[in-house]
Write a protein of this length. Structure first.
Length: 287
């Protein structure tokens, strides 16, 4: 059974108006949903408990609980607060393995998300994209879907090294091997990007249960059918992943934001596609 959520938040002082939809489903094969999501302004994230590890569901929930303790919701955060929440989440997940209940097993989880942050007087409001593992953050500009985050996985390293082609990665026998996760090491190293918060922007955050079933083209078709508006899109993407097999837990959060002095209005924003954002980072770039 899917867990669904939708909402709309206006942040103070002309920060942004943000709408979202979120959905999570155990899938058609797994017995337990080890995914979890947080969708409450200013932060939207997905955590995918590591399959095959004890209490992966507890690991993903520990991330949500930690972020809730560290952030003040309903207003923009700061990059430092987000980083502190990530590092504290790593400690919380590691604590699950040290509490004596797991034996020799290790709890772990991926993490991917976006947060609206105040980067200081010189930079102003920014969207902070962060990830650890192979859950992903995409940007949708109304025409193109672009992956912002970079997978921390064995196959991504092979792709980057030119050993295999991107289209071979989905069939590679090591496609489920990740190279970073919360809880795996004492110190976690998240990848972080700071993107301008300007005009209308749409982000897609997902666990690999979505991308195992839908390639970028298939995801783009669903987003285009929905006009890029957040309402209902997360559930549609999850339903499509289930229809194509649902081999893993699948979780999706779609975030639609209008930054500055604008309001999100369905009549005025429908079918409006902003120009491509040239400042989106390429793979390997860091802010």
């Amino acid at each position: 059974m899917a867990i669904d959520d939708e909402g709309r938040t206006a942040l103070p002082h002309g920060g942004a108006v943000i709408a979202h939809s979120a959905s999570s489903d155990v899938g058609r094969v797994r017995q337990m949903n080890e995914d979890a999501y947080l969708a409450e302004a200013p932060v939207y994230l997905v955590a995918d408990g590591m399959g095959g590890h004890a209490r992966g569901d507890a690991a993903s929930r520990a991330v949500l609980d930690t972020f809730r303790r560290h952030l003040e919701f309903g207003r923009s955060s700061t990059p430092e607060q987000i980083l502190d929440a990530i590092h504290s989440s790593n400690e919380a997940v590691r604590a699950l393995s040290d509490d004596g209940e797991l034996g020799t097993a290790v709890a772990g989880t991926t993490l991917a998300g976006v947060a609206l942050v105040d980067a200081g007087p010189a930079e102003g409001l920014r969207w902070m994209v962060f990830n650890v593992g192979d859950s992903r953050v995409y940007n949708w500009d109304g025409r193109r879907l672009r992956q912002v985050s970079v997978d921390h996985s064995a196959v991504q390293e092979l792709v980057d090294a030119g050993v295999i082609r991107p289209e071979e990665a989905e069939r590679h026998p090591e496609r489920n091997v990740i190279t970073r996760a919360l809880g795996a090491e004492e110190i976690v190293e998240p990848d972080v990007w700071l993107l301008p918060a300007e005009g209308r922007q749409v982000f897609l955050i997902c666990s690999d249960g979505l991308t195992k079933e839908l390639d970028d083209h298939a995801i783009s078709q669903v987003l285009a059918t929905g006009g890029g508006h957040a309402q209902g899109l997360a559930g549609e993407l999850v339903d499509e992943a289930l229809a194509r097999g649902g081999r893993d837990n699948v979780t999706v959060v779609v975030v639609e934001a209008e930054s500055g002095e604008h309001e999100l209005d369905e009549e005025t924003t429908r079918d409006r596609a902003p120009a491509p954002e040239d400042t989106l980072p390429r793979k390997g770039d860091a802010a």
